[in-house]
Design a protein around this ligand. Sequence first.
Ligand code: PRX
Length: 637
Amino acid sequence: MDFPFQIRSYEAYEVAYKKSVAEPEQFWNDIAEQFLWRKKWDKVLEWNFKQPDIKWFLNGKLNITENCLDRHLAALSDQPAIMWEPNGITEANRVITYGELHSKVRQFAHVLRNNGVKKGDRICIYMGMIPELTIAMLACARVGAIHSVIFGGFSAQSISDRLQDANAEFIITCDGAYRGAKDIPLKDTIDDALVNCPFVKCVIVYQRTNTPVSMIKGRDVWWSDEVAKVAAQDDPEFIAEEMDSEDPLFILYTSGSTGKPKGVVHTTGGYMVYTTYSFVNVFQYKPGDIHFCTADIGWITGHTYILYAVLCSGGTSLMYEGLPTWPDAGRLWDIVDKYKANILYTAPTAIRSLMAYGTAPFEGKSLDSLKVIGTVGEPINEEAWHWYDEHVGKKRCPIVDTWFQTETAGILLSNLGGVTPSKPGYATLPLPGIQPVLVDEQGKEITGNDVSGNLCIRFPWPSILRTTYGDHERCRLNYFSSYDDMYFTGDGCYRDEHGFYRITGRVDDVLNVSGHRIGTAEVENAINMHTGVLESAVVGYPHDVKGLGIYAYVIMEKMPEDEAITRADIIQTVTRIIGPIARPDKIQFVKGLPKTRSGKIMRRILRKIAEGETGNVGDTSTLLDPAVVEDIKGGKL
Ligand code: PRX
């Protein structure tokens, strides 16, 4: 694939950026023409942010998997599409070429149709990081079904909430998943989730760990049996579904400041165009490069930068099943050397956890193949940035600090590797097509440089979310109602004297823990379900590895006799209700919470105390009972 839209100099970036603002329709029209469409669009863009109603490449027809696979067959059939490194170091790795992936996806698409899947059906995917996960996602897209991938760290209750919200009648899962020293019983968790979901018609189970699993007649089928059936009647003419540019491609659930996680909906044409554009430019991808993204596919980073954008570019995606510290802290460096990876894309939390092991894990590792290294998911502290630069990039690889969100699907703010300048801790500049704005609390735009405000985006880009599944009003309220005619990101941001952007963190009640988004309200609801709990308040506090840790203040009906046991029990309840990723790091039992006279919890004060402030926590005069503050300060963990 040629990339006439690849930006190769700072001057070219400026030209592209100016054009994208002056003539956005023409700009995206020209980029979209580089893809494979069955029918060209009639109009590039229609939009308003009021409702919101956003449509890109109207009436364009395509199937994204033909862009990921079919169009590369002539030139790249024997090139690896996916290279897979298993969790265990003694197990054989797998390399799947474009030709092989194409036939596996076609076959599994056939399996889905045989099992009654139709265009528009929602399919939940709950699998470990194995190539079959990518096959399952692409097969859904091939038949026009909407996948909803759920990260393996979510509990049965969370899965059941998501299945109900999307009314998903199909599930693709594994018996289990390997992660480090653990075997995670995925099918068991699905079985628990299904107790409340009688509408689920079919569960397809891939055998990965050979863990014993229950298989219910008439509902549960083995992946291998189903593939064997279609292999016998393989039909090379099996046609990919024709999708409209605005047909949904997937739903991905993410936490907000209120209520249950919402299903962010992305559509087909705009997602493909923008995410591929961002991949080729931010990472300066060159044909033949091996791209290693360590995210889990259960998050947006994995959807876009392990799967869709990489394959749409004809790239080779290196996928790793396990953990960066398994069996030792040199594993990522071993993988980079083994596959000669050219791009490494990881998260600050992984970098910080590896920093703790010092430099011994680098001994004997070359890392010479690397050209560009990236970070995503949370602000990167300068110490981690310099460590990454020195020990991983060896001061010769540009670091791209990429800012984006589940809702944006692709990177919006980032330097372009080696093409535009980097600055430690800064996502730096907007990609072409992205118009960032800083606003104050009243919604007034803050102009000029060396200023801080809430980050909004003024104009749509092709991969902006279209709705939240089943609840468009929630989408409007969450993202488009805070400020007139702008998409509100929920992030605070500083623009320095050169116009470079630095994300300072969430300004809503969302915590970013190890790069995972967790709503404080969600964690509080889970804690409040624990027997004996009257009320709770959750805030974030600085954590050396996770970025933010979860700090819970809990009021019990009566103070626990053994605080350690009650703490462990509460953690167990949260693990059951949400999943291990939402486990509180600290729980403090308190007699009261600082509340205003109208009953609002003053989180600002709780955050200060959680940060270790023992002196002044700010103005407490509006509190109903200022004495609570001293009581909490004097409490112990
Ligand atoms: O607060 C920002 C932070 O992660 C949030 C988005 O989380 P999620 O939708 O789970 O997607 C994570 C992967 C893209 C943002 O609102 N964030 C993401 N990237 C960065 C970041 N904060 C600072 N710097 C980044 N590079």
